[in-house]
Design a protein. Structure first.
Length: 299
C-alpha cells in the first residue's frame, strides 16, 4: 500500500435519528456486514468503529445509536454514546430519511451539531423512494436550519451515489497515519458481532412483538476437535410472554432464529458453527446499570 506523504486519515461520526439508515450506509461503504440492520428504531446500541481503507486514505466511521429522547437507562447510554462521538473527529455525516419530514428529533441533533467545529455533511438517504421534487424540498428544509459543508442525496440500500460520500470526506481529511491494519474493518470483538447477529434475527423475526426488551450475551465460544466452532449464547428478555414468543410453538421460532443467525456467523468466522441458544427472563434489565455493564454497554 502506498502510504506516502499524501496518505489521509481521520474519524467521521455518522449521526441521525433512529432508523434513517446509518448502519445500512456504513455496511455499504465498508463492503461487509458489520453493523446489524433492521427496520426497527434503536437497533444500534453501542458506538461501533468501522474502518474503510484504500491506497490513499483510511476513514474511521463511528456508527452511533440513533439520537432520541431516552425512556430508560439503556436509552440514556445510547444517546450519550452518540453525542460523545461528536468529539475529536474530522467530519460528521448527518443522515436523514428523505421520505420523512424534518421533526423534533432532527432539530435536536441540529442543535448538537452547532457545537462542533468540523465540516458537517447532510446525507439524504432513501432517494430511491423519492421524486426529484421531493429531494429538492428536503434539501431546502435542512438548508434553512444549518450551514452544511455539503449535501449528498443517496440510497444506501441501492448503493447509489456512495462514491460521492467517500469523495467529499477525502477532500476534508487531513494527512495522517494509518490508524488500523488495512484488513481490519471493525473494533468490535467477534463475540459482540455474534451477539448482535442473533439480536438482529430476533428483531426481524418477531417484528413488533418483542421490541427492544432483548439483549444477547455470548457465554461460551470454543473450537472443537472436529474444527467446528461451538457458540453458546443467552437471549435476555423482560417478560415471560416475550420468552414464549422468542421460543415459539415447540421451539419453532428459536430454531428459525438460530438457523439464520448460524448462517451469518459461519460467513463471519469462515467455519462451521454449532449455535446453542438459551432464553432467560431478566425483569427490567434495561434500567439496571450492573446488567447493562455485563452486556457490554459500558462508559
Amino acid at each position: 500500500m502506498n502510504k506516502a506523504n499524501t496518505f489521509k486519515s481521520g474519524f467521521v461520526a455518522v449521526v441521525g435519528r433512529p432508523n434513517v439508515g446509518k448502519s445500512t450506509l456504513i455496511n455499504a461503504l465498508i463492503g461487509d456486514k458489520i453493523v446489524i440492520v433492521s427496520d426497527k428504531a434503536q437497533t444500534t446500541r453501542n458506538r461501533i468503529i468501522c474502518v474503510y481503507t484504500d491506497e490513499e486514505k483510511q476513514i474511521v466511521f463511528m456508527d452511533t445509536p440513533g439520537i432520541h429522547k431516552p425512556k430508560h437507562k439503556l436509552g440514556e447510554f445510547m444517546v450519550d454514546a452518540a453525542i460523545e462521538s461528536l468529539k475529536e473527529i474530522e467530519a460528521v455525516l448527518f443522515v436523514v430519511a428523505g421520505n420523512e419530514k424534518r421533526g423534533p428529533g432532527d432539530n435536536f441533533i441540529l442543535e448538537q451539531l452547532k457545537k462542533v467545529k468540523v465540516p458537517v455533511f447532510l446525507v439524504i438517504n432513501k432517494i430511491d423512494t423519492l421524486e426529484r421534487e421531493d429531494i429538492l424540498k428536503t434539501i431546502v428544509t435542512y438548508q434553512e436550519a444549518y450551514p452544511f459543508a455539503g449535501i449528498i442525496p443517496i440510497s444506501a440500500k441501492e448503493k447509489d451515489n456512495l462514491d460521492e460520500v467517500l469523495k467529499v470526506l477525502t477532500d476534508v481529511l487531513p494527512e495522517g497515519p494509518q490508524y488500523f491494519p488495512e484488513d481490519m474493518i471493525t473494533d468490535q470483538p467477534e463475540r459482540l458481532i455474534i451477539a448482535d447477529i442473533v439480536r438482529e434475527k430476533i428483531l426481524l423475526k418477531t417484528r413488533d412483538e418483542v421490541p427492544h426488551a432483548i439483549a444477547v450475551d455470548v457465554d461460551e465460544m470454543k473450537t472443537r476437535d472436529d474444527g467446528m466452532t461451538y457458540v453458546r449464547a443467552t437471549i435476555y428478555c423482560e417478560r415471560d410472554s416475550q420468552k414464549g414468543i422468542i421460543i415459539g410453538k415447540r421451539g419453532a421460532m428459536l430454531r428459525e432464529i438460530g438457523g439464520e443467525a448460524r448462517a451469518d456467523i459461519e460467513r463471519l468466522l469462515a467455519t462451521k458453527v454449532y449455535l446453542d441458544l438459551w432464553v432467560k427472563v431478566k425483569k427490567d434489565w434495561r434500567n439496571k446499570s450492573g446488567m447493562l455493564s455485563e452486556l457490554g454497554y459500558k462508559e
